[in-house]
Design a protein around this ligand. Structure first.
Ligand SMILES: NC(=O)c1ccc[n+]([C@@H]2O[C@H](COP(=O)([O-])OP(=O)(O)OC[C@H]3O[C@@H](n4cnc5c(N)ncnc54)[C@H](OP(=O)(O)O)[C@@H]3O)[C@@H](O)[C@H]2O)c1
Length: 358
């Protein structure tokens, strides 16, 4: 791109916001121009407003940025707004920004299931981006709202997509062990999670069930027909900083040749973001490991700069039934949030240039 596209981050001090700032600080297409968080930060420098906790250095160019008011007017100078706000405050701001003509890429759990709002995991359902045309017609705005899926769902659906395309999927049983960063900066008290596993995450199982059926659904005409598969999700919180681990059992429609065939299918799978060479797309969306004790959060969460999911322990528990099981690990604030957000914006601009959205 000749000139960089100006972008901003709303919720820039949170755990997802910090990832956005880190990725955008030296992005080849985007230039970070506006950062905002809650009212109490307005007018302060980003460097003194943020408690920088992530495992990347605080970018030099972000330190002296002055925190803007968390209002739509603050984002007038930018084309894209990445939203990392709690869902309670995100909705009205997103609508106003889209009316102002902004491309809103949001992590907040509002509007995700609206029929004209694409819920995008770019390798899985890049084609759903064309819902933007319908959204603009229906809502009469020039902007767009593009949604990042729930983190657990983003990791799960990436591992399911090649299986869906090659064999069809009848049922999915998924049990997660999710990192504490998934609940945000003040989400899980240290005393509650240390030396513990909490077997419940409010609203999470419902999100996995409904969002995975939309993401893996087929776009026909102007509508997504949801994937016709059963999903049973059990979600738990584990004392891990970053990286959601998911134990998955899938009943396929068709019998795979053998487990080696499934391994090489997943490991060699590439999709549109890889073919388009989008800057945030990992070279390999799915990395298959053969060691019996991988993937592990601490060792594998930064695979593909946190944008690949890592699959291990692949097996066929009943060789004469079309059932496979595996463990999948993904970075919840990268593949599950900010990394996928930036990838969605990259995909939007590429598809826009090609005339696929307009
Ligand atoms: N963490 C994950 O793995 C993950 C994954 C997928 C999706 N998400 C979603 O992404 C969003 C952000 O999550 P997070 O984990 O980054 O949360 P977080 O660490 O709690 O950060 C929240 C951010 O929102 C700002 N904020 C809070 N109330 C505000 C208000 N009334 N007006 C303006 N700004 C306000 C905070 O600013 P101050 O610092 O000034 O308070 C902070 O920048 C949430 O909707 C979450 O559900 C998170």
């Amino acid at each position: 791109m000749a000139d960089k596209i100006p972008v901003g981050v709303l919720g820039a001090t949170g755990l997802v916001g910090q990832r956005f700032v880190s990725i955008l600080a030296d992005h080849p297409w985007f230039s970070l121009e506006v950062v905002a968080a809650s009212e109490k930060r307005v007018g302060k420098r980003y460097g003194e407003s943020v408690k920088w906790y992530i495992d990347e250095p605080l970018p030099q160019q972000a330190i002296d940025m002055v925190m803007a008011r968390p209002r739509p007017e603050s984002f007038k100078p930018v084309d894209v707004v990445f939203v990392a706000l709690p869902k309670e405050v995100a909705g009205p701001l997103e609508l106003e920004l889209a009316r102002m003509g902004k491309i809103v890429v949001s992590n907040a759990n509002v509007f995700r299931m609206d029929p004209d709002i694409p819920l995008l995991n770019p390798e899985v359902n890049w084609d759903h981006m064309s819902l933007v045309k319908l959204q603009r017609e229906r809502r009469g705005w020039r902007g767009a709202i593009l949604k990042v899926p729930n983190c657990t769902t983003a990791i799960l659906t990436l591992s399911l997509k090649p299986l869906m395309d090659s064999y069809g999927i009848r049922e999915v049983y998924m049990t997660s062990m999710q990192a504490i960063s998934g609940a945000g900066f003040n989400g899980v008290p240290g005393y509650a999670i240390t030396d513990n596993i909490i077997p419940f995450i409010s609203g999470e199982e419902e999100k996995v069930v409904r969002e995975s059926r939309k993401i893996l659904g087929k776009l026909s005409g102007d509508a997504v027909s949801f994937a016709d598969m059963r999903v049973v999700a059990t979600t738990t919180r584990a004392p891990v900083l970053d990286g959601h681990l998911e134990s998955v059992v899938v009943r396929l429609e068709k019998m795979p040749g053998d487990i080696e065939e499934v391994r090489s299918l997943l490991d060699s799978w590439r999709s549109r973001p890889q073919h388009l060479r989008l800057p945030t797309a990992p070279e390999k969306p799915i990395i298959v490991r053969r060691e019996e004790d991988r993937p592990q959060p601490r060792l594998d969460r930064k695979s593909g700069r946190g944008m690949s999911v890592v699959v291990g322990r692949l097996s066929q528990p009943y060789p004469d039934e079309p059932v496979i099981r595996y463990i999948v690990l993904g970075h919840n604030t990268l593949r599950g949030a900010a990394g996928t957000g930036v990838l969605i914006a990259e995909l939007y601009y590429r598809m826009f240039e090609e005339g696929a959205v307009g």
